[in-house]
Design a protein around this ligand. Structure first.
Ligand SMILES: C[S@@+](CC[C@H](N)C(=O)[O-])C[C@H]1O[C@@H](n2cnc3c(N)ncnc32)[C@H](O)[C@@H]1O
Length: 482
């Protein structure tokens, strides 16, 4: 009996490999494809996996086996989950440790009643406009008050930057307006006075929406707005601020920006709901807020197909998802997170633990150990960072394997990066580690990164200004549970 099962699995592998080998060379490039359809891109997110990757994987795997359950353990903004719904997979699970990712992916996968949504949004925008026009001087003159009356430099970290709530309270009292003052660390460094007041006014109105799903949908647009009207440098995922001269001249039209984002998102939700209707999608989606190493909520041996793109490395030297989400989370205060918890998110991500004084070569991967040996001889601390990330990756591989059904497939979309001149071959490392957790290697697809929204150049040496080329292509490693 056991032999029969193994033979069947090998037959499925062969069929899968044969389909993959027949695809044209540029099949995975998606140079001219629309990657922003439906609810994809209702909110930006670092290192999003472009939607056609998971769409095509699902289509291909469907040809060799029945897929009833799909899981993305690092679901981020929820791309895989949306595609799972469009493909009408019965059970779709997501998981992430970043609260903002949970909000975005819940909203993206929650089919709303469009009629009700449009009605609520129209009332909201009317109320906001009314409030603004009634109190236009209050909302527009705050910068002038701080600069001229209080003689503050509103581009400075000190004075206005670290005391904004105090000055805003004075301004609000002076205007005799009943208005809560938002208060979090460095709010004045990241936002100018009139922007803070207008954001708070919009937030106050959003909070009056009774339907929680619609309210969260609108909060996603608000979160995108927060980033756009902040003093952050545009197009950066890290917390870099504009130069002071730029901050001085930066006067975003907060209400207009919000209208544009929200109305665009409504259109996106509309097209998503229609597509799901067309495909008769009745997928059940569950998204969990757990560390990937403790997937308590997902039943063991229950997953047919895993599609995922883990982080590239620790968040300090690669993508800082927590830093990216910080201002949104501070404004949203949806998750009862303390200031400290928000600031600590990056430390809870893969590779967050420090190994300052050395480490054991305990991870079952020859390829990794060779690289660690090389880096350790140049920089022990950096080698500790690398070790920390792969130690968490090993724990992730183990816990995801536990959830995967026998014969189920895993597709890992990974990029290899360079540290201290050493290329870390994550694709090979995953294969070696996974073999210890009952996962057989099946095949690797190599793809060129064309649409991925992250820098193709970084500073792996951690020397300011010194850049080297990394991650212009990606590997999709395919594994199968024994
Ligand atoms: C490359 S992103 C995934 C992007 C996603 N595929 C998308 O299209 O938006 C990696 C994700 O892993 C999450 N992550 C990092 N460490 C984690 C951990 N220990 N447990 C769960 N999620 C984690 C990050 O918050 C981030 O959202």
């Amino acid at each position: 009996m056991k032999q029969k099962i193994i033979a069947h699995k090998l037959k499925t592998d062969k069929k899968l490999i044969s389909i993959l080998k027949k695809l044209p060379n540029n099949y995975w490039d998606f140079k001219n494809e629309n990657t922003k359809e439906y609810t994809h891109s209702i909110h930006s997110y670092p290192a999003v996996m472009v939607s056609p990757i998971s769409r095509n994987i699902i289509n291909i795997v469907n040809k060799v086996m029945k897929v009833d359950s799909l899981f993305d353990p690092f679901s981020g903004s929820g791309t895989v989950l949306v595609e799972g719904m469009l493909a009408n997979i019965k059970t779709v699970y997501g998981n992430d440790i970043n609260p903002l990712a949970i909000l975005i992916s819940n909203v993206k996968t929650n089919k709303l009643n469009i009629h009700e949504l449009k009605k609520e949004v129209s009332i909201l925008l009317e109320d906001i406009n009314y409030d603004y026009n009634e109190n236009i001087d209050f909302y527009e003159r705050a910068d002038e008050y701080c600069k001229k009356k209080l003689q503050l430099d509103i581009t400075s970290k000190n004075g206005w930057g670290d005391n904004a709530p105090k000055y805003l309270r004075e301004y609000i009292n002076l205007n005799k307006i009943n208005f809560e003052v938002p208060n979090f660390k460095n709010i004045g460094y990241w936002f100018k006075p009139r922007v803070i007041l207008q954001l708070q006014m919009i937030k106050n109105h959003i909070l009056t929406i009774k339907n929680k799903n619609i309210r969260n949908f609108v909060f996603v647009a608000f979160s995108e707005l927060v980033r756009l009207v902040s003093n952050r440098r545009n197009g950066e995922f890290k917390m870099f601020r504009m130069l002071s001269v730029k901050v001085e001249n930066f006067t975003p039209n907060v209400l207009k920006e919000f209208n544009v984002i929200l109305e665009n998102n409504v259109k996106k939700m509309h097209s998503f709901v229609e597509a799901c209707l067309k495909n008769n999608s009745i997928s059940e989606v569950k998204i969990f807020f757990n560390n990937v190493i403790d997937l308590f909520d997902i039943p063991d041996l229950s997953i047919d197909l895993v599609i995922t793109s883990p982080p590239y490395g620790d968040s300090r030297t690669t993508v800082a998802y927590g830093e990216y989400s910080r201002l949104s989370l501070q404004w949203l205060d949806l998750f009862e997170l303390s200031e400290r918890e928000i600031m600590m998110i990056d430390k809870t991500l893969m590779g967050g633990t420090k190994f300052r004084n050395g480490f054991e070569f305990s991870i079952p991967s020859k390829t990794l150990n060779k690289s660690l040996e090389f880096i350790k001889n140049i920089d022990l601390e950096r080698a500790g960072d690398v070790y920390s990330f792969y130690l968490d990756l090993e724990k992730a591989i183990s816990s995801i394997a536990q959830k995967t059904k026998k014969g189920g497939y895993q597709f890992w979309v990974v990029g290899n990066r360079t540290v201290k001149g050493e290329l870390l071959k994550t694709d090979k490392i995953i294969i070696e580690i996974a073999s210890q957790y009952n996962m057989d290697y099946v095949y690797t697809i190599d793809r060129n990164i064309i649409n991925k929204s992250m820098p193709s150049l970084n500073s792996p040496t951690n020397v300011v200004g010194k850049k080297s080329k990394t991650m212009c292509n990606e590997h999709i490693v395919i594994l199968r549970k024994q």
